[in-house]
Ligand binder design. Structure first.
Ligand SMILES: NC(=O)c1ccc[n+]([C@@H]2O[C@H](COP(=O)([O-])OP(=O)(O)OC[C@H]3O[C@@H](n4cnc5c(N)ncnc54)[C@H](O)[C@@H]3O)[C@@H](O)[C@H]2O)c1
Length: 318
């Protein structure tokens, strides 16, 4: 039953996205300012691309001043690199930098038209933040999340104590950007049960204004990208653990046989083995389908603290 509803909803969404092209310029034009919450790996990239490509002022909020300083320093470095490679002029870099306003005060989001939340993947943290955003943001503002795996319907429900009052929950949507944001063109736009058609259209239009190529999907565990990618990575780890092939053979056949820039084990190291395991657990628990059982070796590597590139050791040494 649940999967039938998901299928109907996905086909409705794909019909909607075809209709969007005519109205997307109108909806994008309605977003005159952006707020980004969380200046980490993803939030910083989203803020910088919005300032550069969509040309809107961006209020960048983080609870940590150190994260803001690090993020802004990194943005300046990326802009200088673009100037030195003659991808943009110094004037364009200065304009983009001047559109970024870092702050530790979430109240600064009281005037923005569109917010994208990119704080850590902790459900209660996101629920609390969306309750707060519903309170402080303008009543027309779109409230978007960059979550990798948390249900959009649950995040939207956190904006109100009365489920029948959808004045805030209908403005909640997911804009799931891919890492690294300045490089990857794809973005998944996911509607919760409460999300209105207008919210979805505005999110699609704004992501296009950022130079991205949106794909629309239903609120289902893993959405589209991770529903497809994570079982692929997990299967590669199972092939290693059961001796079907060694590390180099597994990565080489996928890299050289399917024209991807890196094999699944190397990609898992780049994503983070803890992140891969967490997403597999969500797929497994929320669907109850044994085909999503996380590999034993993947769980053991996380137990050992071998998380991939970020910890210095994963399937490869860094
Ligand atoms: N890293 C990826 O490859 C990737 C890809 C797609 C989606 N995501 C999702 O994007 C989100 C952010 O991931 P990330 O990798 O950028 O995390 P990160 O740890 O790099 O950054 C999170 C930032 O949020 C800040 N923060 C924490 N609590 C806060 C609060 N209460 N208010 C304001 N700021 C707060 C932290 O100081 C930090 O700077 C997560 O939901 C993640 O699942 C990550």
């Amino acid at each position: 039953m649940a999967s039938a509803i998901t299928r109907i909803r996905a086909s409705q969404l794909s019909r909607q996205i075809r209709h969007f092209s005519s109205s997307s310029a109108r909806y994008a034009a309605e977003v005159k300012s952006l707020g980004v919450l969380g200046a980490g790996q993803m939030g910083l990239g989203i803020a910088l691309v919005a300032a550069q490509k969509a040309g809107v002022p961006v209020t960048l909020v983080d609870s940590s001043q150190a994260s803001l300083d690090k993020g802004i320093g990194f943005a300046e470095k990326l802009l200088s690199k673009d100037v030195s490679k003659q991808r943009i002029t110094q004037e364009q870099a200065d304009q983009a930098r001047s559109r970024l306003s870092p702050t530790t005060s979430i109240e600064e989001l009281s005037k923005v038209d569109f917010v994208i939340e990119a704080v850590p993947e902790i459900p209660q943290l996101k629920f609390d933040i969306f309750a707060k955003l519903a309170e402080i943001c303008p009543k027309h503002a779109i409230l978007a999340t960059n979550t990798s795996s948390i249900s959009i319907t649950k995040i939207a429900a956190a904006t109100t104590k009365d489920p029948n009052d959808t004045s805030a929950s209908s403005r909640v949507v997911s804009t799931h950007f891919m890492n690294p944001v300045p490089v990857q063109k794809g973005v998944e736009i996911i509607s919760g049960l409460q999300t209105s058609a207008e919210t979805l259209e505005t999110a699609v239009a704004f992501c296009k204004a950022m130079g991205k190529i949106p794909s629309v999907s239903a609120d289902s565990p893993g959405f589209l990208a991770n529903r497809i990618l994570m079982p692929y990575i997990n299967e590669a780890v199972i092939c290693l653990e059961t001796g079907v092939g060694d590390r180099d053979s597994i990565d080489a056949i996928m890299k050289n046989g399917t024209n991807v820039p890196m094999g699944p084990l190397q990609l898992a190291d780049f994503i983070g083995l803890d992140t891969c395991l967490a997403i597999m657990k969500v797929l497994h628990q929320e669907t109850g389908d044994s085909k999503y059982r996380p590999s034993v070796l993947l769980a053991k590597m996380v137990d050992a603290g071998w998380l991939g590139k970020k910890s210095g050791k994963g399937f490869y040494d860094y």
